[in-house]
Design a protein around this ligand. Structure first.
Ligand SMILES: [Cu+2]
Length: 112
């Protein structure tokens, strides 16, 4: 009960940093802050969960966390840059993705 708040914060921060990159699949919301602080160029990748694959429309409906652009977490349909990417996508698939300023998915990779 008497732990100084700062100590708890440091411990939590250290735990987040200590999570090895190998455990990428286990990275959930805890790591977002560290990722954005330490990997600015790659920070564009956001975790998401595929809700719907629209191959004909070239769109992917994704439940996503907060985006670097400032968009809060939500479920929405994104256009994908290359519809071929949708061939390997299925409902329930965890992904990491990045969008451009037109909200088109320009990077897409499977996450475990
Ligand atoms: Cu959104």
């Amino acid at each position: 009960m008497n732990y100084p708040l700062s100590l708890v914060a440091v411990a939590a921060f250290a735990a987040g940093l200590a999570a090895p990159a190998l455990a990428a699949g286990k990275m959930e919301h805890m790591d977002h802050g560290a990722m954005q602080a330490t990997a600015a160029t790659d920070a564009a990748l956001t975790d998401g969960l595929v809700k719907k694959v629209d191959k004909n429309g070239g769109k992917l409906t994704v439940a996503h966390g907060p985006l670097p652009s400032g968009m809060p977490g939500m479920t929405m349909a994104f256009r994908v840059k290359d519809a071929v990417w949708l061939d390997s996508m299925k409902e329930g698939q965890k992904i990491r993705f990045a969008i451009d300023d037109k909200m088109t998915i320009v990077r897409l990779e499977a996450a475990k």
